[in-house]
Write a protein that binds this ligand. Structure first.
Ligand code: NAD
Length: 425
């Protein structure tokens, strides 16, 4: 099949390449010429393990090509995946401007029947809006279908996730479009949930909100564990082994970030409010998450004698989690901002993210040298087995604040460090 991917970001690029792997001919459409230039050369402009190899291979084999010519791309393809961003508005709702622009372009340039698929995370009811936007720009009444097919990949493991999804959701109103989608995904060995577009759109928000809820649950519980001198990691393990609960997303830390959870939980809250059916449980999930980095900073402050001013703190890790260069809503950046506001001298390091700021250092050694304390902000493997004994010799004071509960506390303490994690007693 000839597939058009509109928006060649994390999701669009990965999706396009997965379809190449399945033997389809793919066109990637974007308006950003810098991104297109890199992609055309087989170079990934963002960090995602394993993806560049696939990109260069399929570019060389001419299975995928990239363009900014919307008119030609729409005309030449039968299935169009909308993979553009749906960022958070000030009130928490999803901004559908990019989706609307794409839908209108499709309507304008459509020359024959198409299946238009929303892969972007969009609020319940968007498929109907897309239908309206497309039809509103048509110059002749050409039939088309709008299908909801949300994406569940995670940055850092995007390739594996997209190749081996737990399930595929197809929200369609016409049997014909549903069958084409099923055929498209025929080589994937996972259940397909066929439903209507509204339920499909809801499934994506419900999944992300549920996972975010698990994280906020364990983080709020960690605060209680802190007061009661209980190791929250033992609690996570103890409850996670219950198959009804599961171990994932139960790791206490500084809270969730990234381009999806904060935005999607807020968007669902907004949808619920608009319906007069508030999801108060999710409102609390957001609040706990906002409080979590502040809670940790307060702990740091107390440990350093109640004053942070003029202390030098080395923060290791900037991305919102390991194996990605995405810093959107990263708890580490929230922490850094707060430390700077408290007149702390901040030094930062990240193996991939480049802030382009004066206080970022190339090596971990340079970053830690002269610091009163080190904060682990991202759970990169690079930070797991450092030579802490030698690093300690270069520090002003031996404090480690483990915002990810990623270090072996006993080893660190045995080296003479003062260690503080998130209820990691
Ligand atoms: P992104 O910002 O990385 O990429 C979006 C791309 O769309 C950009 O390259 C932008 O230039 C392009 N674009 C915008 N308007 C366009 C237009 N009119 N024509 C062509 N291209 C256009 O976004 P992303 O992280 O890939 O996310 C895309 C969607 O997928 C969002 O709704 C997001 O919530 C959802 N999602 C993201 C992830 C993730 O981990 N990033 C996972 C699942 C779902």
């Amino acid at each position: 099949m000839k597939i058009l991917i509109v928006g060649t970001g994390y999701v669009g690029t990965t999706t396009g390449l997965i379809f190449c792997e399945m033997g389809h001919q793919v066109t990637g459409l974007d308006l950003d010429t810098h991104k297109l230039k890199a992609l055309k050369a087989g170079k990934l402009y963002f960090y995602e393990p394993g993806l560049e190899e696939l990109l260069s291979r399929h570019v060389a084999a001419k299975n995928i090509f990239f363009t900014k010519n919307t008119k030609k791309a729409v005309k030449e393809n039968d299935i169009i995946f909308i993979c553009v961003g749906t960022p958070k508005e000030a009130d928490g709702s999803a901004n559908l401007t990019y989706v609307k622009n794409v839908a209108e372009s499709i309507g304008k340039y459509m020359n024959k029947s198409k299946i238009i698929v929303t892969k972007s995370t969009v609020p319940v009811g968007t498929a109907e809006l897309v239908e309206k936007w497309v039809a509103g720009k048509q110059t002749a009444p050409i039939p088309f279908d709008v299908v909801s097919n949300p994406e569940f990949l995670r940055e850092g493991t995007a390739l594996q996730d997209a190749l081996n999804p737990d399930r595929i959701i197809i929200g369609a109103t016409s049997e014909e479009a549903r069958n084409v989608m099923k055929e498209l995904y025929q080589d994937f060995h996972c259940p397909i949930v066929a439903t209507n577009p509204k339920a499909s759109e809801m499934i994506k928000y419900a999944a992300n909100s549920f996972l975010a809820m698990k994280i906020s649950f364990i983080n709020e519980l960690a605060r209680l564990c802190d007061d009661l001198n209980i190791n929250v990691n033992d609690v996570s393990k103890g409850i996670g082994l219950d198959q009804r609960i599961g171990p994932q997303f139960l790791h206490a830390g500084m809270g969730f970030g990234g381009s999806c959870f904060p935005k999607d939980v807020n968007a669902l809250i907004q949808t619920a409010k608009e319906q007069g059916q508030p999801l108060s449980i999710l409102e609390r999930v957001v609040k706990v998450n906002e409080e979590q980095p502040l809670y940790f900073i307060e702990k740091i402050k107390q440990a350093l004698g109640g004053k942070l001013e003029n202390k030098t703190i080395a923060v290791l890790g900037l991305s919102f989690k390991a194996n990605t260069d995405d810093t959107r809503e990263s708890p580490s950046l929230i922490l850094i901002e707060r430390l700077l506001a408290e007149q702390v001298v901040v030094k930062v390091h990240d193996p991939i993210v480049k802030l382009g700021s004066a206080y970022q250092y190339h090596t971990i050694e340079e970053t830690v040298s002269g610091a009163d304390a080190v904060v682990l902000g991202t759970d990169w493997d690079d930070y797991k087995n450092l030579d802490w004994a030698n690093l300690k010799l270069t520090m002003k004071q031996p404090f480690i604040f483990d915002g990810r509960n990623m270090l072996d506390k006993e080893n660190i303490v045995a080296l003479g460090f003062h260690y503080l994690g998130v209820a990691n007693h």
